[in-house]
Design a protein around this ligand. Structure first.
Ligand code: C5P
Length: 327
């Protein structure tokens, strides 16, 4: 596979459309986990989850164009592209190869990812790119894969990839890939504090296990209760009640992320002091998420975070957002 990273000055959007006259672009959302209840470590190395995903309005764009040669050619633009793997392991490139293999054809495609979702930030940006690659390659190649089959391919690629296809809100069970769509009765206002540098998801899960072992509670499926969705949280989503949602937000990976990156405590405190209804680590972190009462409060919280120096930048957005969409 050819791979090349563009410079940071090649901004999202401009990069994706200018170079690909014959390309197909998919827009894919980031997510925050409003509930992330982590069960015990399973023999297959994964953890059973009760994982309530909410898609938020930060997007990557994945453009698939004819490569004119066999293989997957991958380019990336946007911030932090130096942290995006450009080798065989890139999840979007793997998605293109998996879809091609399923249809018995060559994966001859140039993929361009215009990144706006924080890289390795706990917002499933890599998973979103894989979902975008599935959708864009399917359209480019005219392979007309049924949506149910795209979701099955997505689940093979990673636990969070199916959700990026469907968006909105969903309960993820199993390792997160078994989705039940959830009703959302309103718009929620969020601020995301983006950190410098990422955290690796496997290392955060390992730290969660280590903390459980050292607390004496054990980390295996026999010692950790079966994870279940919170009825209060599902009600708060259904009624669009931000205060009630704030009261029920939980993330079992938060202690592990903070243990690996203690400075996150300051970030969380800064947003709470500026009036956020609730503060939590997004997924495996290190992005911190702040739920606010309205758009105005979101601006106040973002300004406080930006002024504090406790994050690289703070972004405001709303949820729910749609899943992967062809532009
Ligand atoms: O599924 P995905 O490839 O995104 O998972 C990355 C890693 O995160 C896994 O290899 C595993 O270490 C951890 N993980 C987990 N339990 C889950 C999901 C992910 O332990 N339910």
């Amino acid at each position: 596979m050819d791979a090349a990273a563009d410079t940071e000055t090649d901004t999202a959007g401009a990069g994706s459309t200018a170079r690909t006259a014959a390309g197909v672009t998919a827009r894919v959302p980031a997510k925050v986990n409003v509930q992330l209840t982590v069960g015990g470590l399973r023999p297959d190395g994964f953890h059973g989850l009760a994982n309530v995903f909410l898609a938020v309005g930060l997007y990557d764009e994945v453009t698939a164009s004819p490569a004119g040669a066999p293989g997957v050619k991958l380019t990336v633009s946007g911030r932090d592209t130096r942290h995006v793997p450009l080798d065989e392991g890139n999840l979007a490139a793997r998605a293109a190869r998996l879809l091609a293999e399923r249809h018995g054809r060559e994966p001859d495609v140039a993929l361009h990812i215009a990144k706006d979702i924080p890289v390795a930030g706990g917002m499933a940006g890599g998973s979103a790119d894989a979902a975008g690659a599935l959708l864009a390659c399917d359209a480019l190649w005219g392979t007309r894969t049924p949506h149910s089959e795209l979701r099955a391919l997505a689940a093979e690629l990673g636990s969070d990839v199916p959700f990026a296809l469907v968006g909105g809100a969903a309960l993820g069970q199993g390792r997160g890939e078994l989705l039940t769509p959830l009703e959302v009765g309103g718009t929620f206002h969020w601020v995301f504090a983006v950190a410098d540098g990422g955290l690796s998801t496997p290392s955060v899960y390992r730290e969660c296990d280590r903390l459980r072992e050292s607390a004496g509670t054990g980390a295996s499926v026999d010692s950790v209760p079966e994870p279940r969705p919170s009825p209060q949280l599902l009600d708060a989503l259904r009624t669009g009640d931000a205060a009630a949602l704030a009261d029920s937000l939980t993330n079992d990976l938060q202690a592990a992320a903070v243990s690996l990156r203690p400075s996150l405590t300051d970030t969380l405190k800064t947003g709470s002091s500026a009036g956020a209804l609730a503060a939590l680590v997004s997924g495996s972190g290190p992005t911190c998420a702040f739920l606010t009462a309205d758009a105005e409060s979101a601006q106040t919280v973002a300004a406080a975070l930006n002024a504090s120096g406790h994050c690289r930048t703070a972004r405001t957005t709303t949820a729910p957002a749609p899943g992967a969409t062809l532009l």
